[in-house]
Design a protein around this ligand. Structure first.
Ligand code: DC
Length: 235
């Protein structure tokens, strides 16, 4: 069965998935889910509870703790911005910091963590139209999503965007460090054993190296229209 109410967006880190997915969700009135935030929240839990230290991830303690980790999303009624809750506490700022970014791939490689996240992601999506972004949404979480998009952009362009974003927030980091972090995450995302980053066979590729957000939305509307037209012709 095809789930036309689910749009799966996968791709490389800092390829603009969040901005794009949020814009699509807002245009269609769908829920937006940032699955990376869920892996980041688990990582924060590990750091705060001595499960992940500079030199070691305690695999046993992590799997035993999974039942104690509750992740939800909520929306600030004033700003309309979505934020992530870890066991009832807003952790949105903490999970975006470099401390979590540098180690999150260690946690997202763990099979038991992935199974729990996939279960949560499927549950959230029972509520209706969803735009979900991540690394394995079109391949593992929703292989029958109605629309799949695989996003990419040149590594140096992604690094520049990320660097500008961090600089704006006042984070002191060099462009070279950001580029190295992006390259490392690409390698780890593509080469891990559990659900590596792959383009689903039926995904549309969007290389936005030289595209503005408006151009990406025009691209989306064209594709969305043609997908819906072909569904209408089928049924
Ligand atoms: O998209 P992001 O950079 O916030 O993701 C954080 C980490 O989580 C990144 O290392 C990739 C991983 N991730 C994943 O393994 N599967 C997903 N569906 C989403 C993110």
């Amino acid at each position: 069965m095809i789930h036309s109410a689910i749009i799966a967006i996968d791709g490389y880190s800092s390829s603009g998935k969040s901005t794009f997915a949020r814009a699509i969700a807002s245009e269609l009135g769908y829920i937006y889910i940032d699955s990376g935030a869920m892996y980041r929240a688990v990582t924060l839990y590990c750091l705060e509870n001595g499960i992940l230290t500079a030199d070691r991830l305690d695999h046993k303690k992590l799997t035993e703790s999974l039942d104690k980790i509750d992740i939800e999303f909520s929306v600030d009624p004033e700003t309309r911005k979505q934020f992530t809750l870890l066991n009832g506490i807003n952790v949105e700022d903490k999970i975006r910091g470099i401390g979590v970014s540098e180690v999150v791939s260690k946690v997202s490689q763990v099979k038991e963590v992935r199974s729990k996240m996939v279960r949560l992601q499927r549950n959230i999506s029972k509520k209706g139209g969803v735009v979900m972004e991540g690394r394995d949404i079109g391949t593992v979480v929703f292989p029958d999503a109605g629309m799949k998009i695989f996003m990419t952009a040149a590594a140096d362009i992604r690094a520049r965007r990320r660097y500008d974003e961090l600089a704006q927030k006042g984070v002191k980091i060099s462009y070279e460090e950001v580029l190295e972090n992006i390259r490392m995450r690409d390698r780890e995302d593509e080469n891990r054993i559990e659900s590596p980053l792959r383009k689903a066979e039926d995904a549309l590729t969007l290389d936005n190296s030289n595209m503005t957000p408006d151009e990406q939305m025009r691209w989306f509307r064209r594709k969305w229209k043609s997908i819906n037209r072909s569904y209408e012709n089928q049924y």
